[in-house]
Design a protein around this ligand. Structure first.
Ligand code: GLU
Length: 443
């Protein structure tokens, strides 16, 4: 394959969520695997809902994943291209003006349904004469423009779903240009895909029927038809699609909550595939693993608990060299500390709380019935230097003297030394605490 060119084309009408991250990253992976180019295209023709702030947010979120587009384009800056395509389609008789209002269309749809017919547009506007149009315009009406579908089944070989047929005969001629002259998504997308030399369009399966329409538009404009791949959609744990409008948890939210970008990226892409969710070393590794054959055809349900598990597994395996800059910002850049504490982390920032075990303050928890036992244990604390063996030596001696064993031996020591029931292994923690801190915490 010659080097592919792919694009991810979000609408900047909100912060992107996991469902958006899926095509963002699947396109990136494809470009990585094949040494291709990755275009970020802002589908911002809807001036009422798109903002520059959301567009900038999308760039920030991509950068957080480590994705750097080779090119960024904004549809709002490319209107001249769409105008030219529109003229071309009008000249070819494929784009025609319509004057119906929403109410009129709605009434017609209802009537069609009542008569047991599919509620598709009846193409009444095609029958308008020049005088009819002049009269309607004199009434103050402005046209919207529909693309005249061919009516022949459109076939394409989907890279993910295999051979597909879209029956455009059962669809309404789509509106490409609104009454105010602005463009809906369908035409600019095709015009840009042609202009930017897009070879592969990888997007959610909610676009399969659009693809039927768009292939007809590619052909009507004389452009090269790219290959299409439609992936399954990610849903929330209840099976609902993610939605910007309904305020689904955004990528920015995950970032603020302290998740690792790698964990979020892995969940966004490997959920609903045959590749197991594992703490892979980098997104490049995931890109290599995830080819289209691995993407399942059923829905992909996101499980937040799985994200937490993955996030912690990534942290548990994180080498000090990688954690060091972030630890330095917290004043905790200390390799032994990291190696002992990382196994307890779910989020990176948890390290702050856990570091208190070592650096204090710790409120020892001492039950009255354990006081004498703990006093005895204090007496038996070995002399320094301490190592990973010290805990075993010390508790061996305490056991021999007090006769306590198991939980009765270990738990009071843990509660006194750390103030809590859970936490890192004491044999690793003890050398970091040192004798003085232990003396202070024992009664
Ligand atoms: N802006 C469209 C969307 O977000 C792009 C779809 C496409 O990739 O063509 O759904």
């Amino acid at each position: 394959m010659s080097a592919p060119v792919v694009r991810w084309a979000p609408s900047p009408t909100g912060r992107i969520h996991l469902g958006n991250a899926r095509p963002a990253l699947l396109n990136w992976f494809f470009a990585r695997r094949h040494g291709g180019r990755y275009v970020l295209r802002m589908d911002d023709t809807d001036a009422a809902r798109s903002t520059r702030e959301f567009a900038d947010g999308i760039e920030v979120d991509l950068a957080w994943f480590g994705v750097k587009p080779d090119l960024l384009v904004r549809q709002s800056e490319r209107t001249a291209l769409y105008e030219a395509a529109r003229e071309q389609l009008i000249a070819a008789g494929r784009l025609y003006p319509c004057y119906e209002t929403e109410d009129e269309l709605d009434r017609r749809r209802k009537r069609a349904r009542a008569m047991g017919k599919p509620p598709i547009y009846d193409r009444a506007a095609l029958k308008l004469t020049a005088e009819d149009r002049a009269r309607l315009e004199a009434e103050g009406r402005r046209p919207h423009w529909r693309f005249k579908l061919d009516g022949k089944p459109v076939q394409f070989d989907d890279l993910i779903r295999g051979p597909q047929t879209v029956n455009t005969a059962s669809m309404s001629d789509p509106v490409l240009v609104r009454e105010d002259g602005s463009y809906l998504y369908t035409l600019p997308s095709v015009v840009d895909d042609i202009d930017l030399g897009i070879t592969h369009v990888i997007r959610g399966e909610d676009h399969v029927s659009n693809t039927g329409t768009q292939i007809e538009i590619f052909e009507a404009l004389g452009g090269a038809v790219p290959q299409f791949g439609h992936h399954n959609l990610l849903t929330d744990p209840e099976g609902q699609g993610f939605s910007k409008r309904l305020g689904s948890q955004s990528i920015a939210d995950f970032r603020q909550e302290g998740y690792e970008p790698l964990a979020v990226a892995i969940m966004a892409t490997l959920t609903g595939t045959s590749i197991p969710v594992e703490p892979y070393e980098s997104l490049d590794v995931v890109a290599e693993l995830l080819d289209f054959a691995a993407i399942s055809h059923g829905p992909a349900r996101f499980d937040p608990a799985e994200l937490d598990t993955l996030n912690s597994r990534i942290l548990h395996a994180m080498p000090y060299s990688e954690a060091q800059p972030r630890l330095a910002q917290l004043g905790l850049d200390d390799e032994p500390l990291w190696l002992v504490l990382r196994e307890n982390l779910v989020k990176f920032s948890d390290v702050v709380e856990w570091a208190k075990l070592i650096r204090g303050p710790v409120e020892p928890v001492i039950a009255e019935e354990d006081r004498d036992f703990l006093v005895a244990a204090r007496e038996l604390l070995p002399a320094e230097p301490w190592s990973i063996e010290t805990w075993g030596e010390w508790t061996g001696a305490v056991k021999a003297q007090t006769g306590r064993k198991g939980k009765g031996l270990f738990l009071p020591l843990r509660l006194a030394l750390t103030g809590r029931h859970d936490g890192p292994e004491l044999k690793s923690l003890l050398p970091l605490l040192g004798r003085k801190a232990c003396l202070d915490r024992l009664p």
